[in-house]
Design a protein around this ligand. Structure first.
Ligand code: IMP
Ligand code: MG
Length: 191
């Protein structure tokens, strides 16, 4: 769907478009070129955490000139629902591919505190991955709590609530083709 198609949400409204579909595609193409080059002689396994990273994973792969296996994981953070990621992470559905000796590229929708990603990087290294690198489409640098080396940076964005291109508000708007800033309709509400 396009931003023009967002109407009548009782809770939130589009404030402004942060990244157009064209800007997203340009970044995916740029990163795809680097990955094609960097992983020529490696054993690449692309890993994404469900569900937000799906669009970025598919979009990135569409621009790649080489093929690599994709795998997915579902993890839950205790206390999920609020904005703050904290506490304990459990694996809801694990990867099916063998991780040992693979050169892993984690594809993410967004790094906020970095809590989820920091956990995942350590988890994959413990399982014997040869290398683990990260491509987050978005980074909220201002909110970062964990020091993560980002080899393939996407877009840095301000500390605002965004949806679209995989990112959701209450499971909605993942299918928006751009990334937009959403604001609550009623003052005092939390997006
Ligand atoms: P972290 O563990 O604090 O880095 O949180 C990362 C996760 O929080 C992402 O994978 C998203 O699911 C979610 N998240 C963070 N910021 C936003 C946002 O602005 N919109 C939608 N989801 C977000
Ligand atoms: Mg997520």
């Amino acid at each position: 769907m396009k931003v023009e198609d967002v109407h009548n949400d009782p809770d939130i409204a589009v404030d402004h478009v942060l990244l157009t579909h064209e800007q997203i595609e340009a970044k995916l193409e740029e990163v795809a070129r680097k990955i094609d080059e960097d992983y020529k002689d490696k054993d690449l396994l692309m890993v994404a955490v469900l569900k937000g990273a799906i669009n970025t994973m598919v979009g990135l792969n569409a621009h790649m000139h080489t093929t690599a296996p994709m795998d997915f994981m579902s993890i839950s953070t205790y206390g999920e629902g609020g904005r703050e990621s904290s506490g304990q992470i459990t694996i809801r559905a694990d990867l099916t591919a063998e991780v040992k000796d693979k050169d892993i590229l984690i594809v993410e929708d967004i790094i906020d505190s970095g809590f989820t990603l920091n956990w995942l990087i350590n988890n994959l290294k413990e399982r014997g991955a040869r290398s683990v690198e990260v491509f987050p489409l978005l980074t909220k640098t201002a909110r970062r709590l964990y020091d993560i080396d980002i080899k393939y940076p996407g877009y840095e964005i301000p500390d605002e609530f965004v949806v679209g291109f995989g990112l959701d508000y209450d499971e909605r708007y993942r299918n928006l083709d751009s990334i937009v800033v959403m604001k609550p309709k009623h003052q005092g509400d939390k997006a």
